[in-house]
Design a protein around this ligand. Structure first.
Ligand code: PEP
Ligand code: MG
Length: 566
């Protein structure tokens, strides 16, 4: 068995087709007729753009806009005056077009590859794709035709470039294996969009596998099973059928309301990290965004984003959501989330230290500029503010006072915003659970952050394998915290949601229905599954489950029982 990264869920059973890199060899020549060579290069660029446009149109029809945009990006890159100018300069210095293209592309590939950053390294793949496309045209080499692959093919390549993927006929390709790539690489995005199981980053896949051999691709586990036995083929074929059946069934929940079997309605939101993710939330059929983790806007850069930059980002997300709710969480840094340019001091105990709302309240300019940006964006949609890591009522009061100050500033400048913007909190610390009754009187809503709440309640760091057995939202203590927070919210008539991972856990769902949660916020791929899981339960059935669970003394008992009923 070969191991890699499971990047697109599903099972594929088929025969290998190795996509080897084309030989794009040439002998560099010194050019005398510069004008003719420039023309040859420009014609190649035109042909490349025409081909790419055609591929983008095909992929737009078969897969979607986002995937087509990756290829259209190649046209923008090669038409970029800087890159094109550098290539032409080399031709003017008597180099042949092939050599000029190769050298300038190499410069960009080296530059992007050196960053170590996933997204930037992805740009190197784009440039390689452009280089190979241009060289094939200049050298008159026929490109590999993936579109001719027979039914039941598992594609195996060092790297799957966007232009290769554009040729995929999803009826015939049952799996993808590559030697490079990660969850966020183009190959992964495209494989998921095409719904083809994919395992990436399998070392030496191209040399270890041979064309025609049978393999099983398990895109969830990240496994490639070579020389499978008959039994394995039968077992995985059955798994594949079950997977496809579930996917089809889930589609029945698209466009439907989120209701449990006895008719109570819920809100089903998504968690996002960037404005563009809002589109994923809509695509996934999310009914809004229950958690926008704004720290991503502050990461991957060298200085703070300005108020205007933040405003544009929040507004963009809100416009994408077309009036659906958008809960924006203010900056949650510290703990495991570092932002180097802020120069946070190294702490003995960062999870108990100077983070999130604590940091923001002490850095009022930064905090106020974020709040003003959120308020300005609130003129464009249903936007709500959420403070992270609240442990005391004063923190909520001080945060709200700053919101009022920001409102006055905006009013004085004649800038529009939503006067009645809701200000809620994440209940994710043990303290906030204990004083949920007090907080519920002053917050407009609660959102339970079970990722942190579990850690802080159990005093157990999930990253520490010696204590990770304690880290479970199904611990009786954590369940009591959750139940209490929801109860306190209900008493004060404020909505209580959950944006921690536990909201998507099928074992938690009957308990949350019984406790009276009103909103679930989950990752985009979980939306339809959660809607289906909610629909399974009547309120009375959920109450009966909760009654049993809340009488149990250990997490082991709780898990064992819930495993038998979900
Ligand atoms: C949580 O703590 O449950 C949560 C949703 O926030 P984060 O995972 O960003 O800390
Ligand atoms: Mg948290």
């Amino acid at each position: 068995m070969l191991k890699g990264i499971g990047a697109s869920d599903g099972i594929g059973v088929g025969r290998v087709m190795i996509i080897t890199e084309q030989t794009l060899e040439y002998t560099p020549k010194e050019i005398t007729d510069i004008e003719a060579e420039l023309q040859r290069y420009r014609d190649a660029v035109d042909a490349f753009c025409d081909n790419t446009m055609e591929q983008a149109d095909n992929i737009r029809k078969s897969t979607g806009d986002k995937e087509a945009e990756i290829l259209e990006g190649h046209i923008a890159i090669i038409r970029d005056p800087f890159m094109g100018g550098e290539i032409e300069n080399l031709i003017k210095a008597h180099q042949c077009a092939e050599s000029a293209v190769e050298q300038i592309c190499k410069m960009f590939i080296d530059m992007f590859s050196a960053t170590g950053d996933d997204l930037t390294m992805q740009r190197a793949t784009d440039i390689k794709d452009i280089r190979d496309g241009l060289l094939s045209i200049l050298l008159g080499v026929q490109e590999v035709k993936i579109s001719d692959a027979p039914a039941g093919t598992v594609l195996v390549a060092k790297e799957l470039t966007p232009s290769m993927t554009a040729g995929i006929n999803k009826e015939n390709i049952v799996g993808i294996i590559t030697e490079t790539g990660s969850q966020t690489s183009h190959s992964a995005i495209l494989a998921r969009a095409l719904e083809i199981p994919a395992v990436l980053s399998v070392p030496n896949a191209v040399t270890q596998l041979s064309s025609g051999e049978q393999v099983i691709v398990d895109g969830k586990a990240g496994d490639v099973i070579t020389a499978p036995t008959e039994d394995q083929v039968a077992e995985y074929s059955a798994k594949r059928e079950a997977f496809l059946r579930e996917r089809r069934e889930l589609e029945n929940y698209r466009g439907k309301k989120t209701v449990c079997a006895s008719g109570e309605e819920y809100e089903l939101f998504c968690n996002i990290g960037t404005p563009k993710d809002a589109a994923k939330a809509v695509e996934a059929d999310g009914e809004g965004v229950g958690l926008f983790r704004t720290e991503f806007l502050f990461m991957d850069r060298n200085a703070l984003p300005t108020e205007d930059e933040q405003f544009e980002a929040y507004k963009q997300a809100s416009l994408i959501l077309k009036g659906k709710p958008l809960i924006i969480r203010t900056l949650d840094i510290g703990g495991d989330k570092d932002i180097p340019y802020l120069g946070l001091a190294k702490e003995e105990n960062p999870f108990m230290g100077f983070r999130a709302i604590r940091y923001c309240l002490k850095n009022r300019d930064l905090f106020k500029s974020q709040i003003k940006a959120i308020l300005r964006a609130s003129a464009f949609g249903d936007i709500r503010i959420m403070f992270p890591l609240i442990t005391a009522v004063e923190e909520l009061r001080q945060g709200k006072a700053l919101v009022e100050e920001a409102k006055s500033d905006l009013k004085a400048s004649g800038i529009d915003f939503d006067e009645n913007i809701q200000v809620g909190i994440m209940t994710e610390t043990a303290a906030s659970g204990v004083i949920a009754d007090l907080l519920a009187k002053e917050a407009d809503f609660f959102s339970i952050g079970t990722n942190d709440l579990t850690g802080y309640t159990m005093a157990a760091d999930r990253g520490n394998s010696d204590v990770s057995y304690l880290y479970s939202p199904l611990q009786p203590s954590v369940l009591r915290m959750i139940q209490r927070i929801i109860e306190c919210g209900r008493k004060e008539n404020i909505p209580v949601g959950m944006c921690g991972e536990a909201a998507a856990n099928p074992m938690m769902i009957p308990l949350l229905i019984s406790f009276g949660l009103t909103e679930f916020s989950v990752s985009a791929p979980s939306v339809l599954k959660v809607r289906k899981n909610i629909a399974k339960w009547t309120k009375a059935e959920a109450d009966a489950v909760a009654e049993k669970v809340m009488a149990m003394a250990t997490e082991e008992e709780v898990t064992a029982y819930l495993n038998t009923i979900v």
